[in-house]
Design a protein around this ligand. Sequence first.
Ligand code: IPE
Ligand code: IPE
Ligand code: MG
Ligand code: MG
Length: 339
Amino acid sequence: VALVASTRGEEAKKPATLDRLAALLQADLDCVNTLILERMQSPVALIPQLAGHIIAAGGKRLRPMLTLASARMCGYRGARHVALAAAVEFIHTATLLHDDVVDASDLRRGLATANAVWGNKSSVLVGDFLFSRAFQLMVEDGSLRVLGILSEASAVIAEGEVLQLVTSNDTATTEGAYLAVIEAKTAQLFAAASRLGAVITERPREEEEALAAFGRNLGIAFQLVDDMLDYSARQAELGKTVGDDFREGKITLPVVLALREAGEVERAFWRRTLEDLDQHEGDLAHAIELMTRHGTLRATLDCARRYADAARRALAVFRDGPEKRALDEAVDFCLARGH
Ligand code: IPE
Ligand code: IPE
Ligand code: MG
Ligand code: MG
């Protein structure tokens, strides 16, 4: 709570939200949500049941809003951005279904995860279905360029999740290795979603790269904050179980930094809990205490702030306007968010 408050302190104004972005994009966003509901349908009842569960639970729709806003900021007047934004959200939703199986998570968007309700098998298979729906939408769009960008992002996300799997429970993980994982599993889709705006408007390469850099840096900041929140959030607001990363032995930046400061006793604690997964009551609280003592949650937020600044700078090539201002506020939201 104190951490979240401190991000706002410097400006002493009301906390940033996604409201401005959502209001600006409301009509487009309604179309995206309608399309998502339409395309999650199937005669196999379990598919709309399970997909409807996670989709109706909400979610911030941040990635599709990046596509919609970047398209509008580039002066787009057509309708392609709606289907592409829906494809982006389908890819995101598919990765969440798979991620919750891999992470053995039981809370998502404030509800029981699909794997907790229907089991791992159903979650994996419906995730595959939604992922395929995304590709159908892209094929209907008909641009090989777009297909190239989103298929590349999908491959990199999967690589990131596998890379994370093989580096988990290893207390020797470096900050660089951690950043490589989050850049792949999270920042790639942010970058692709943002880049699309310049692609469908055929803007110069410089603007396309600027939007990709914006998304990439925002995505890294977003995941850094997510990894901080895994130890510090109010669970009800976050809608996910606090402490999931610790229980699974995921080596995120708050842990990497705490290990850097650790003496022999603390190092033994981290090895027992995260490498051997030998955890007892009070261990999570002790982990949070060590992170607080060494200031590593705050340092993670500082790191996120640097990436957020880079995201904001990337927008410099675009003229000021309502979309740019809303994207700017979205950057602030990603730093101050508690959900
Ligand atoms: C969750 O993303 C996965 C991460 C990259 C941390 P979001 O926090 O954007 O999830 P929803 O869509 O709003 O639920
Ligand atoms: C995000 O990773 C998942 C993907 C980007 C595929 P996390 O495992 O940290 O996200 P949450 O905490 O479950 O939302
Ligand atoms: Mg997870
Ligand atoms: Mg997380």
